[in-house]
Write a protein that binds this ligand. Structure first.
Ligand SMILES: NC(=O)c1ccc[n+]([C@@H]2O[C@H](COP(=O)([O-])OP(=O)(O)OC[C@H]3O[C@@H](n4cnc5c(N)ncnc54)[C@H](OP(=O)(O)O)[C@@H]3O)[C@@H](O)[C@H]2O)c1
Length: 255
């Protein structure tokens, strides 16, 4: 393991909890929002001054699409300004210590337009809702660091699929949360710098969920659109070939 002490933001969230409970990451610092609020520069400074870490896995965000549409100010403050605050604190800590900090930023497939699918990392990013735009703003901040990895992904908890139907005409590369947790660890330890798509092969949402919830029923994207107030993707699938190469290299190295 390359990094001994890792700061995990958003540890109480869906992904953060999975990272912490998998016990595959060494020495995690998991401050609550009360201790480290990314929108409050003074709490970030206090935490950074009092704790030592050589890597950050940044999961904290306003990640609910509906909430981002209803409260764009909070989405901007959390996702864009919050991430910028954190990045500035990392730069400042690097300057003080003379050591580089590895920064893994969790982004989303929602930075792509969600129309044609099979998006590669080099494709144009034109998000289809407020959540996606604010996550794209967060990526801009992360790109200012020297040792960063931006992971564009989409995930679900196979043991907690809440809905009873899923669409047969919306496509994505979403992956079970455990798959994404392992990918984060691999990329954290890798020397990869830049932006990378992480997920599984393109499938309909129905197919993704049916694997884990066999009784799930089929529906159409139009049925889902009628029940939500924000824009959805038609095809958010990603070209995952770069990730597959790194994953394969990592498996070969383990043998
Ligand atoms: N869910 C998905 O399918 C999905 C897909 C692609 C990418 N992502 C990205 O993956 C990451 C994790 O998503 P998730 O589903 O785990 O989100 P989540 O369950 O909504 O958790 C969000 C986390 O961020 C924390 N947080 C929010 N505002 C904060 C602030 N001002 N300061 C400090 N912490 C704050 C929350 O703390 P509290 O508990 O105190 O609220 C919580 O721990 C996010 O960056 C998200 O954009 C998610």
């Amino acid at each position: 393991m390359k990094y001994k002490n890792i700061l995990l933001t958003g540890a109480s969230g869906k992904l953060g909890k999975a990272i912490a409970t998998f016990h595959i990451f060494p020495s995690l610092l998991t401050p609550s929002r009360e201790i480290l609020d990314i929108t409050q520069q003074d709490t970030i400074k206090k935490f950074f001054d009092n704790n030592n870490f050589d890597a950050v896995v940044h999961c904290a965000a306003l990640a609910r699409m509906r909430e981002c549409e209803e409260n764009p100010t909070k989405a901007i403050e959390t996702n864009i300004i919050g991430t910028s605050n954190l990045v500035n604190a990392v730069i400042s800590k690097e300057r003080k210590s003379g050591k580089k900090i590895r920064f893994v930023h969790i982004s989303t497939d929602g930075v792509y337009p969600g129309i044609k699918g099979n998006y590669s990392e080099k494709d144009e990013t034109v998000p289809y809702n407020t959540y996606g735009w604010t996550k794209l703003g967060a990526e801009c901040a992360a790109n200012s660091l020297s040792n960063f990895c931006i992971i564009r992904t989409s995930f679900f908890d196979p043991e907690n699929i809440k809905f009873d139907d899923a669409s047969t005409d919306a496509y994505s590369s979403k992956a079970p949360i455990s798959y994404v947790v392992k990918a984060i660890l691999t990329l954290l330890n890798s020397s990869f710098i830049g932006t990378i798509n992480v997920g599984r092969e393109r499938r309909t949402d129905y197919e993704h969920y049916k694997e884990f919830k066999p009784k799930i029923k089929k529906c159409k994207l139009l049925d889902i659109k009628k029940t939500i107030s924000f824009r959805m993707y038609k095809d958010a699938s990603m070209d995952i070939s770069l990730w597959k190469k790194i994953e394969k290299k990592n498996e070969t190295n383990k043998k």
